[in-house]
Design a protein around this ligand. Structure first.
Ligand SMILES: O=C(O)CCC(=O)C(=O)O
Ligand SMILES: [Fe+2]
Length: 372
């Protein structure tokens, strides 16, 4: 979202033109359901953009850290320990599994079941939720644009991140998309939004403290907002030719990814791709680009990708962002004579418009580095 939506996938922002590409073609999921034993040419990546198995098959497989927020409950020492673990995970990995985070397992299950239920609807019913031109919500695909090799996924965008205007918070609903199908979906998603919102606020505080600041540090400077983009990866007959989701960093402050039980997510560590083993009812916390800028490179956004596989996979990405007019720049607290600001300021709305690379990966945040 990613944004490209957030951060990684914003279709409107990616296209840079006014062609309503989402209306011109069938959804990938519908193509797959029609019965194929070969992937369509539009999805075949150039060899250097494919999954290179040899890179991650050597040596013992490391795992991203698992951090248990329940350890904070007894007060002082527990909280210090959790914060120390968060600092270490953010510095070493840029991500970690967060468990016992307060979002009830039943709420997580109901929301993910609603999204899976949507993707299991008859094709004609899914079409009612197709993303249309100038609406950054609904069912579509990531990384539109001419000449772009598609990624092996479909999105269901619940929050419209593409607008020039910030969404009003008084609508009584967490999400822009109203999902009437399958039955009960909207209620499940509203419950989810309410619970995840609390965890997002808590995470803003934890990250602030992990950076050695007060719990309000980030939200005093940057209004907290969050939105949800769900991604479905249909079963793929030739996974080695495609990419579920290309390498990218999320363009928000941080992301909480809610995985199902099917593997596929990989994070880049020390130039090696490390598969993330799903942990039931965890959220995978990932540092986004804005936090890298604000922390002046102390916490770096994590590069990640998704490999396709023979089994369908569905995830919910919860993107912590800020208001469109928020100016993102290295905070004075992280700058000194020895460590001058590494990035020039950028307004969040402008950052969102910055395209993610269409082929070989390059970090978006580097475009704002000073002295380049
Ligand atoms: O599918 C996943 O595990 C990750 C999705 C992702 O990276 C994104 O939506 O930005
Ligand atoms: Fe992402």
């Amino acid at each position: 979202m990613g944004l490209d939506i957030p951060l990684a996938h914003s279709p409107n922002m990616q296209s840079g033109n006014s062609i309503d590409t989402t209306k011109l073609e069938d959804l990938l999921i519908s193509v797959v359901e029609s019965g194929i034993d070969q992937v369509p040419p539009d999805y075949i990546k150039l060899p250097h953009d494919r999954v290179s198995r040899s890179l991650n098959s050597e040596g013992p497989q490391e795992q991203i850290p698992v951090i248990d927020l329940a350890m904070m409950e007894d007060g002082g020492p527990g909280k210090r320990q959790v914060l120390a673990e968060i600092v270490r995970a953010c510095e070493d990995w840029g991500c970690f599994h967060m468990i016992n985070h307060g979002v009830p397992a039943a709420v997580m299950d109901a929301a993910l079941d609603a999204i899976k239920g949507f993707f299991a609807l008859p094709a004609a019913e899914r079409e009612e939720y197709r993303q249309t031109k100038n609406a950054g919500k609904g069912c579509g695909r990531s990384y539109t644009g001419q000449g772009v090799v598609r990624d092996w996924n479909n999105l269901l965008i619940l929050t419209d991140f593409s607008g020039e205007e910030d969404r009003k918070s008084d609508r009584g609903s967490f999400y822009d998309l109203v999902l009437a199908k399958p039955p009960g979906a909207q209620e499940a998603l509203e419950n989810y939004g309410q619970s995840v919102n609390i965890l997002i606020e808590r995470s803003f505080s934890l990250v602030s403290e992990a950076l050695g600041q007060t719990p309000e540090f980030l939200t005093r400077k940057h209004t907290s907002r969050f939105g949800t983009v769900t991604t479905h990866y249909p079963p793929c007959p030739q996974p080695d030719l495609v990419m579920g989701l290309r390498p990218h960093e999320d363009g928000g402050i941080f992301t909480l990814i809610h995985l199902d039980e099917v593997p596929g997510l990989e994070v880049l560590k020390d130039e090696r791709w490390v598969p993330v083993t799903p942990v039931a009812h965890s959220f995978v916390f990932m540092i986004g680009d804005l936090l890298q800028i604000i922390s002046n490179d102390r916490f770096k956004s994590v590069t990640h990708r998704v490999v396709a596989g023979p089994i369908a996979r569905t995830v919910m990405g919860n993107f912590a962002v800020t208001s469109n007019d928020s100016v993102i720049q290295p905070a004075a607290e992280f700058c000194s004579d020895l460590k001058p600001p590494a990035f020039r300021p950028v307004v969040f709305l402008d950052y969102k418009k910055k395209l993610v690379g269409t082929g070989t990966h390059s970090k978006r945040v580097e475009a704002y580095r000073l002295g380049q």
